[in-house]
Design a protein around this ligand. Structure first.
Ligand code: FES
Length: 104
């Protein structure tokens, strides 16, 4: 059964912001889209750009390196040069703690 682990506090991720956290050796980005939290792999599918340093507008996150864009609610690339999907992780909120399903 999947385990959920604490990765950040809700107050660490204001609405409209994205942050990065290290979970083991995996860099995970957490975005707050209108109060809904999404967790996903922080490595861009194009050339590995740091998505946790990208630009978030509603659910669209633009990679800081070449402006490829992902819909973080689905993990899908929606604009080139990004393509394919990034891994997404289920999120739970317990009190002020953000928990995500541990990456396997
Ligand atoms: S590394 Fe993200 S668009 Fe190129």
């Amino acid at each position: 059964m999947a385990e959920f682990i604490k990765v950040a506090k809700v107050s660490d991720v204001p609405e409209g912001e994205v942050i990065g956290v290290d979970v083991g050796e995996t860099r995970i980005a957490i975005a707050n889209v209108g109060g809904s939290l999404y967790a996903f792999g922080a490595e861009c599918t194009h050339m590995g750009g740091p998505l946790d340093e990208g630009f978030l507008e509603e659910s669209l996150l633009q990679c800081p390196w070449h402006a490829g864009t992902f819909d973080v609610s689905k993990g899908e690339a929606v604009d080139a040069p990004a393509s394919g999907t990034i891994p997404t992780f289920p999120v739970r909120v317990q009190g002020d703690d953000i928990m995500i399903e541990e990456p396997s």
